[in-house]
Design a binder for this molecule. Structure first.
Ligand code: CAA
Length: 283
């Protein structure tokens, strides 16, 4: 299928990054959110990130202007019905995602491919709540979207080959690299990354090292761009805990038990950068 227009549900951290890369790659983008403030904030962020790319010589001013000209916003979810590809990047709660699909699906063109940016919810289960499980996939971007090279493509049990190939072609067109995952809890990246982050929290919890020692050990000792605790703050500790719970419940193995200290931070509302406090204090 020739994809020209892309609908994005959710204008948050992931949604606005996804809009940015699609617009820059020449797609017409329609971004939806329930709040006008969120849509306006997303446009301001995209402008700022594109301006930074211009000032660093990565893109030209005319590329920037053309990209901004391709992004439209709407408060009406069903406006996305006429797009060729929809990427749902709303809150990481299954009930929220299912409600979005239930509202949107009756308005979609029959050929539209429907995808979710979920970081860990079963694609097969989400697909089963739509009218098009064969045209449904996981399209999982990494944060920050404009910088990270990877897109994880996740096939549900019913996803057909034409849908997979169309999504693969889109990933290439936006200049990213796809890694294909079957639909098992947390897919590939988070199956490996989250237990490492959780182990870093255990290392802190058991007093093996301080926050600074753990992060510098992994940054300088293994060349990670961020230490695991800094990265956990960047991702959001609530997201890290939610993904550990998906692994623990889905794979029924105690090796995935969330560290009690991670749970305690989330219960305190210390969610990392987004609340100005996590393993580090950003106030
Ligand atoms: N939008 C656009 N560009 C951005 C950006 C953003 N939000 N944030 C940073 N950049 C750009 C900068 O402009 C800079 O560009 P140039 O190379 O052209 O100068 C480049 O990224 C590097 O940024 P900085 O110099 O400001 O900072 P840095 O060198 O410390 O890099 C980082 C920042 C890219 C975030 C780096 O620390 C990093 O790669 N961290 C790890 C990120 C990671 O692991 N992400 C995956 C998380 S897991 C996930 O997302 C999946 C999930 O489901 C939870």
């Amino acid at each position: 299928m020739d994809i020209k227009t892309v609908g994005i549900v959710g204008a948050g951290q992931m949604g606005n990054g996804i809009a940015h890369v699609f617009a820059l790659a020449g797609y017409d983008v329609l971004m939806n959110d329930v709040s006008r403030e969120a849509l306006d904030a997303a446009i301001t962020l995209i402008e700022g990130n594109l301006d930074r790319q211009v000032s660093r010589g990565k893109i030209s001013q005319s590329d920037r202007d053309a990209a901004m000209g391709r992004i439209k916003t709407t408060l009406t979810l069903t406006d996305l019905g006429q797009t060729d590809l929809v990427i749902e990047a709303a809150t990481e709660r299954e009930s929220v995602k299912v409600a979005i699909f239930e509202d949107l699906v009756p308005h979609l063109k029959p050929e539209t491919i429907l995808t979710s940016n979920t970081s860990s919810i079963s694609i097969t289960r989400l697909a089963s709540r739509t009218d098009r499980p064969e045209k449904f996939m996981g399209f999982h971007f990494m944060n920050p979207v404009p910088v990270m090279q990877l897109v994880e493509l996740i096939r549900g049990i019913a996803t057909d080959e034409a849908t997979f190939k169309s999504c693969l072609a889109v990933v290439e067109k936006i200049g990213k690299t796809a890694s294909t995952s079957e639909d098992f809890p947390a897919f590939i990246v988070n199956r490996i990354l989250m237990p490492m982050i959780n182990e870093a929290v255990y290392t802190l919890y058991e007093g093996v090292g301080s926050v600074a020692s753990i992060d510098s050990a992994m940054k300088l000792g293994t060349n990670h761009p961020m230490g695991p605790l800094e990265l956990a703050d960047f991702i959001g500790l609530d997201t890290c805990l939610a993904i550990m719970n998906v692994l623990h419940d889905g794979l029924a193995d105690t090796k995935y038990r969330p560290c009690p200290l991670l749970t305690k931070y989330v219960e305190a509302g210390w969610l990392g950068r987004k609340t100005d406090r996590g393993f580090y204090d950003y106030r």
